[in-house]
Design a protein. Sequence first.
Length: 292
Amino acid sequence: MRQSIPTYALYGEDRSAVGDFWIHSESIPSRSSVNHWEIRPHKHEAFFQFLDIRGGEGQLVLPERAIPLGRGALVTVPPERVHGFRFSPDIDGNVLTFVLSRLPVVPAPALMESPLVHRLEEASDDARLVRDLIGRINSEVAAGFGIDGEFVRACLSAAMILIGRIGAAGGRTAGEAERDFGRIEKLKTLIALHFRQQQPVEFYAEKLTLTPVHLNRVCRKITGQSVGQLIAERVIEEARRDLVFTSMTVQQIAFDLGFSDPAYFNRLFSRQTGLTPKTYRNREQQRLSAEN
């Protein structure tokens, strides 16, 4: 059964037949109408897709179930996930197909797990902005600005971030979602202020009047990471900067970042980056010298 699922670039087109492109825009009827309004189960090897439903009805067909679609729905389809569609003849909307690696953002983890349906019919600021961004991207690509367009990449990146937020808010009221995003923004500010003190999760939870378990749950929901992972990321970011732009020894950097044991700092840095601090410093300094 798995072997019978075709892999396409665009639906019905061999992967080698599309040519060298990283983004493509077309109306939903343009392809589904010639296929009797049905896109049979298939997958894309490298492409991510947005399907913006502006009118009519349909279904997102997954191996285990079919999800109804209607006006205001936005479907996200990650690479290598089997999916299909059925549409009514009055379907209206667009499909954006693009290479995810060309964007400077990392999608929310949930967006990469499976095809999802996001309801954008509510008049929230994020939903309105996503619709506006996708509409503008379609216009830019249609006008021929998509291939090398930094503006298109910026719009796609912003849309991806907002869709991740909308997906993370699923099942919660707009007020609850807004409150959780506010908590994470405050958490990041607190981490920036206190990461050198190696404060535990309990410290940040108390500052935000939450339990550590609740804070970790909210953090994973919004960012896909635990509080501890966010702290480690901030520490390693500062360590990288110090290694490249200061003359401090690795031991001095470790102490400055709040580590009492430089060996532990070395292990953490290696685990996060795949390189020892010394190797990282040498590589980056050689790269800067070559560029200069």
